[in-house]
Design a protein around this ligand. Sequence first.
Ligand SMILES: [Zn+2]
Length: 147
Amino acid sequence: MKCLECNRKLGYTDHKNSMDELGVELCSEHRPRIKKLMLTNNTPREAIQLYYGLKEAGVSSMLEWWDGKKSIDIAISRVKLNIEIDTEYHMMTHEQAINDLEEAMHSFQNGFTTIRIPHVLIKYYLKETVTNILGIMEGLRVHIKAI
Ligand SMILES: [Zn+2]
């Protein structure tokens, strides 16, 4: 039970609060920072879980990265990969769908790839999700080299 940011040991209460609030282990100093970020950007907690899941796999990414038009849930700049967490995909309207497609077009035009991941996938298959993202990164890396 250690803070994922600073490796500080977490007591029972700290650990419990952090898991209840965020689903990841963070100390009393780092927890408020993430909560503030979530509140400001309306970040789903699955984005936080994926961010730390990637971090544990050795991938440094950015939470709520501003791409000039909007804030991206998670961005992996090395391979120009943007990850958006879909929280309400079951309620998607055609307006949302065309907005998503337009956003995807803009990011492709800027050399970025955007993938959308349903939040339940992170909730139930975090490890597999991370493994697949690693595979996507590898593919993008090869592709970037080829250009
Ligand atoms: Zn900490």
